[in-house]
Design a binder for this molecule. Structure first.
Ligand code: GLU
Length: 441
């Protein structure tokens, strides 16, 4: 059976790191099995859904390289939900209720006060057709609950959490449709998962109790539930879900110079026992993606680690991948020379400035000035096309007797204005010979 996964965001805001991880893991799971990955926009809530968020979700996924095979939108599928709804009503699995939020709240408080679980008492099931008619005459519109089957224990073998068991008697019949006819997310989602042939639902553990009721919805709709797996939630480096993490999105990360390859490399492994490996491509990450390697403990997202992974990724990026992001005129040799020194691609401009000049060298003492003057003379005589740095330094070593730091540091400082930086062997040929001679003089 082909694996079909989906990412099903509600377009009520920007994707944050947690959503992005869910999207990525669903993509990886599909890729691993040569399956399909769908994007489903859960926009049944017309009030809170925004087109700009839908567009941002698409753009974020594209930036990450997670291309869904197709996109579906719940708002285009109301007729399908309506038909399933009618069937479930006819089967007696949906029933009308009229309790207000305040009444429900009071019921819950009473139960909790008695030390009982705050489960809906199903009072509405006792209503007769005459009661409903009277309600309708009074202008009261019902909301609808899904009637859990109390005689069938709810079980599934969770891909991450293992065997799960819920007693439906301990659970409230979930509200699936509001009095204004609008849908809550759970029933349309189950209908769609069936219709779209979803084989694997991978999502956060905040959905575990939804899954418990959805398992029965799948059964009531005549379908075998998909495989479920619930990931431990993401926490910040302090161990809690920080406000920052809850809102940290692709736009912020991009602005901070994070490359999609780095985010993918880190998030692919976050929550698993597998080490983060910046060398792996998304396809390679998919091959090694394994739900069995996920733990139950909260997964820690550490921004410092992301910076580290990002630097390691940048050091590997080939020229073709970054060419359009580099300063005008900066070629492959320059990129290859400086990339080991970058934390992010934006810093390439600083090194390009060092190569092009002007630079600001430090003040040198008289002794060093004499040494540099000699270096300028040697540099002027060199064949610049033939590895000038070793030629320059070995000639100066012989003529001045300097070695180590005393030899290399003044040259680097005079040529770049800095104490540290890219390998001079790679950097020097990029500085024009005349310019290098001028800097040394
Ligand atoms: N729209 C739901 C959410 O964003 C989907 C959850 C799911 O079934 O994956 O929480």
């Amino acid at each position: 059976m082909t694996v079909v996964t989906r990412f099903a965001p509600s377009p009520t805001g920007r994707l944050h790191v947690g959503n992005i991880r869910t999207a990525l893991h669903n993509w990886l799971l599909a890729q691993k099995h040569g399956g399909r990955f769908l994007l489903r926009i859960d926009d049944t809530d017309a009030q809170r859904s925004r087109e700009e968020h839908v567009e941002a979700i698409r753009a974020d996924l594209a930036w990450l390289g997670l291309h869904p095979e197709r996109e579906e939108r719940q708002s285009a599928r109301f007729a399908i939900y309506e038909a399933a709804f009618e069937r479930l009503v006819a089967d007696g699995r949906l029933y009308r209720c009229y309790e207000t939020a305040q009444e429900l709240d009071l019921k819950r408080k009473i139960l909790l006060g008695r030390g009982l679980p705050p489960v809906y008492d199903r009072a509405a099931l006792a209503l007769t057709e005459a009661d409903h008619a009277a309600r309708a005459a009074a202008g009261d519109k019902p909301h609808w609950r899904f009637k859990l089957d109390h005689d069938t224990p709810i079980t599934w073998d969770d891909g991450i959490r293992g065997a799960q068991q819920f007693d439906p008697r301990q659970m409230s019949d979930p509200v699936v449709r509001r009095a204004d006819g609008s849908w809550l997310y759970m029933l349309p989602s189950a209908i769609d998962d069936i219709e779209m042939g979803i084989t694997d639902v991978l999502r956060g553990e905040d959905h575990v109790s939804n899954t418990a009721t959805q398992v029965q919805m799948f059964q009531a709709l005549g379908a075998t539930p998909p495989r479920f797996a619930h990931e431990a939630l993401l926490t910040g480096s302090e161990g809690k879900l920080s406000k920052r993490l809850g809102s940290l999105g692709v736009a912020d990360l991009r602005e901070a110079g994070i490359e999609p390859e780095a985010l993918v490399a880190l998030l692919a492994r976050l929550g698993t026992s597998d080490p983060v490996d910046p060398a792996l491509t998304a396809q390679e990450l998919a091959v090694s993606f394994n739900l069995a390697h996920f733990g139950r403990a909260p997964a820690r997202f550490d921004e410092t680690e992301l910076q580290r992974v990002n630097a390691a990724v940048v050091h590997r990026l080939p020229f073709a991948r970054v060419a359009a992001l580099l300063p005008q005129g900066m070629g492959e040799a320059a990129w290859d020379a400086i990339r080991p020194n970058l934390a992010h691609i934006g810093e390439a401009a600083d090194w390009w400035q060092v190569i092009q000049g002007p630079i600001a060298p430090p003040a040198f003492d008289a002794d060093t000035q004499a040494f540099l003057a000699e270096a300028a003379q040697v540099a002027a005589r060199l064949d610049w096309t033939n590895d000038p740095w070793p030629a320059l330094t070995s000639a100066l070593k012989d003529s001045t007797g300097r070695k180590g730091k005393a030899l290399f540091l003044p040259l680097r400082q005079a040529l770049t204005g800095m104490d540290h930086g890219p390998d001079m062997k790679a950097l020097l040929p990029l500085i024009a010979q005349a310019e290098a001679v001028r800097r040394l003089s």
